[in-house]
Design a binder for this molecule. Structure first.
Ligand SMILES: NC(=O)c1ccc[n+]([C@@H]2O[C@H](COP(=O)([O-])OP(=O)(O)OC[C@H]3O[C@@H](n4cnc5c(N)ncnc54)[C@H](OP(=O)(O)O)[C@@H]3O)[C@@H](O)[C@H]2O)c1
Length: 263
C-alpha cells in the first residue's frame, strides 16, 4: 500500500530518541524528509545522520527547549526556512514523572502540563496556519493510555494526556474543512529511556525493586510485555499517512490490551 509519504516534510518533537526517533525512522523509510527537534543537539545530530545514512531522505534539526514559550515559533520558522512547508507534525516530547499522589509536589504537576500539554499546544498553534494555506496537514500527538485509564502512580502524565485527548477531539472539528487532520496515539508501557527512568523513580519512592514495580504493571497487561518503540512508530506513520485521511479527532490505543473499554 502506498502511504503517500514520499517527499512529505515531517516535523518531529522529541525526535532525538525514544518514540520520536523511532517515528522519524519509520517516516523516513516511507520517503518523508525530516525536521527533528529536542534539547540535546548531539543526540539530534546522531539520530539525523543515522537516518540519512539508511534512507534517501533529507534530515535537518534544531535544538530547543519546548518549555520556553518562544521555542515553538522558532522551530516552525526554522523548519519552514529549510523545507518551505510542513506537512506532518508529530508531537513526541514529554517526560512526566510519576509517584505516590501524596508525595508529588506542585512543580511535578506543573512541569508535566508545561512540557507535555502546553508545548504541544504551542507546536500545533505554530504549524496550523501554513497547513491551512496548503490545505494539507497531518498532526499526530503521542499521548498515552493513562489519559483514558489513569494509573494511580502516573497521575501528572495522565492529567496532561486527558487534556491532550480533549484538544485532539475538539481541534479536529475546527480545522476539518482545511485539509488538516488531528489524531493521537495512546501507547501503554514502551521500552524507552523515559519508561526506564519512570520505573527507577517509582521503585525508589515505593521502596520496591525496579523489577517488582515493572512486574506490577505487567500484571495489568494481557500481552504481558512492553511495546517496542517501532510498534508505536508504525501507528504514528499510519496516522501521518494518506491511508488515514478520513480519520480525525480520534486516537489509537496500543497497550497490549491494558485499557478495559470498548473501542
Ligand atoms: N515510553 C512509554 O512507555 C510511553 C507510554 C505512553 C506515552 N509516552 C509518551 O511518549 C512521549 C515520548 O516518550 P519516550 O518514551 O519516547 O521518552 P524519551 O525516550 O525520554 O524521549 C523524550 C523526548 O522528549 C525530549 N524532551 C524532553 N524534554 C524536553 C524539553 N524540555 N524540550 C524539548 N524536548 C524535550 C527528549 O529529548 P531531550 O532530552 O534531548 O530534550 C526526547 O527526545 C512522551 O510524551 C511520553 O509521555 C511514552
Amino acid at each position: 500500500m502506498d502511504l503517500g509519504l514520499e517527499g512529505k516534510i515531517a516535523l518531529i518533537t522529541g525526535g532525538n530518541k525514544g518514540l520520536g526517533a523511532a517515528s522519524a525512522e519509520r517516516l523516513a523509510a516511507e520517503g518523508a524528509n525530516l525536521f527533528l527537534t529536542a534539547r540535546n543537539s548531539a543526540d539530534l545530530e546522531k539520530t539525523a545522520a543515522n537516518i540519512v545514512g539508511r534512507h534517501s531522505v533529507e534530515a535537518a534539526f534544531l535544538a530547543a527547549d519546548l518549555t520556553d514559550p518562544a521555542s515553538a515559533d522558532i522551530i516552525v520558522a526554522s523548519a519552514l526556512e529549510r523545507f518551505g512547508r510542513i506537512d506532518i507534525l508529530v508531537n513526541c516530547a514529554g517526560a512526566s514523572q510519576g509517584g505516590v499522589f501524596w508525595d508529588i509536589p506542585d512543580q511535578v504537576w506543573q512541569d508535566s502540563m508545561e512540557l507535555k500539554f502546553m508545548a504541544t499546544i504551542r507546536m500545533i498553534r505554530a504549524v496550523i496556519p501554513q497547513m491551512r494555506t496548503h490545505e494539507y496537514g497531518r498532526i499526530v500527538t503521542i499521548v498515552g493510555n493513562t489519559g483514558q485509564q489513569p494509573n494511580p502512580r502516573m497521575l501528572p502524565g495522565a492529567a496532561a494526556n486527558a487534556a491532550l485527548l480533549a484538544v485532539t477531539k475538539g481541534l479536529a472539528d475546527e480545522v476539518a474543512q482545511d485539509g488538516v487532520v488531528v489524531n493521537a496515539v495512546n501507547p501503554g508501557p514502551t521500552r524507552t529511556e523515559r519508561w526506564n527512568t519512570l520505573m527507577e523513580n517509582l521503585a525508589s519512592s515505593t521502596n520496591q525493586s525496579v523489577k517488582d514495580v515493572e512486574s506490577g504493571f505487567m500484571k495489568e497487561i494481557p500481552m504481558n510485555r512492553l511495546a517496542s518503540p517501532d510498534e508505536i512508530a508504525r501507528i504514528v506513520t499510519f496516522l501521518a499517512s494518506d491511508a488515514a485521511a478520513n480519520m480525525t479527532g480520534t486516537s489509537i490505543t496500543a497497550d497490549g490490551g491494558w485499557t478495559k473499554a470498548l473501542p
